[in-house]
Design a protein around this ligand. Structure first.
Ligand SMILES: [Zn+2]
Ligand SMILES: [Zn+2]
Length: 274
């Protein structure tokens, strides 16, 4: 895994399309996808799985087994609802194979489900557009903002209003980071959270004409040319491109990005490549 940073957001990541994908946000106590179960992810209590393809989900039995061996709390793996039953059946079989019973908690999520994390932060789910059921995940921060009508009042008066328990605040929900998982570009068109997230981690499986847009769409993925076509939609401060096909060498990816990306978006983009 390698570490990526933007302001106060630190992401430990590994990402190769079709091979292994895992993003870990230690400070917020969660990971998105588990890949093949890298050692670092065993320590994380909440894992959000975008979909059931093995490059994102293979490490689930290993995660529960390792946590049990280390005497840790079982941890919770959150999955798109349809995966809960088959995964529990698989885990039962692993208990038999391993010859010991360990506890595991798998929770099903659907479009717009929310899960509280650390103080003031929560995860919000969005249906993704892939070949099998999937979810994108947004790390949200809830804050409160003074209502418009009180904005110009002097501090003393605001203090009095607060003491009188008058409701002078509006809740504000800010998308801190958005993880697309495997999906077509619709995820960006449909969800303002994806466009406005401070940090966007978005898949970009294909980048050249050997695998054109139609092919990317057919397999439920995003092509770099679509990101370029729609680059005005991206309001994000930082955009990490991930899940590049393993057919591309890192130097080739850098070269293509450098050639093709328009200046307005280029300086906000960083590829996660291995
Ligand atoms: Zn994948
Ligand atoms: Zn997939």
């Amino acid at each position: 895994m390698r570490q990526y940073r933007y302001k106060h957001i630190t992401i430990d990541a590994i990402s190769i399309g079709g091979v292994e994908n895992c993003y870990l946000l230690k400070d917020y106590k969660f990971a998105v996808d588990i890949g093949r179960g890298p050692q670092q992810v065993i320590e994380i209590p909440n894992i959000f799985i975008t979909h059931g393809h093995l490059d994102h989900a293979a490490g689930i039995p290993y995660y529960f087994s390792q946590r049990s061996l280390k005497g840790k709390e079982p941890g919770t793996v959150y999955v798109p609802k349809k995966l809960k039953k088959p995964l529990n059946a698989i885990l039962k079989k692993w208990h038999k194979i391993e010859g010991f019973q360990y506890s595991n908690t798998i929770k099903g999520l659907k479009h717009l489900s929310t899960v509280p994390l650390t103080e003031g932060y929560y995860i919000k789910c969005f249906e993704s557009f892939h070949r099998i059921p999937g979810l994108s995940y947004a790390l949200m921060r809830k804050t409160s903002k003074l209502k418009k009508e009180f904005l110009n009042l002097p501090g003393e008066q605001i203090k009095k209003l607060r003491e009188s328990k008058k409701d002078i605040f509006d809740a504000q929900h800010i998308c801190v980071a958005f993880f697309s998982g495997d999906t077509t570009i619709e995820v960006l068109e449909k969800y303002p959270e994806a466009r406005q997230a401070k940090v966007l981690v978005i898949e970009c499986t294909y980048i050249d004409d050997a695998r054109p847009i139609e092919r990317a769409r057919k397999w439920g993925h995003i092509h770099l040319d679509e990101i370029i076509d729609k680059h005005k939609l991206f309001e994000n401060e930082k955009i990490f491109l991930t899940h590049f096909s393993r057919r591309y060498q890192p130097s080739y990816i850098k070269e293509i990005l450098n050639q093709k990306l328009p200046d307005e978006i280029k300086n906000r983009i960083e590829p996660i490549i291995f």
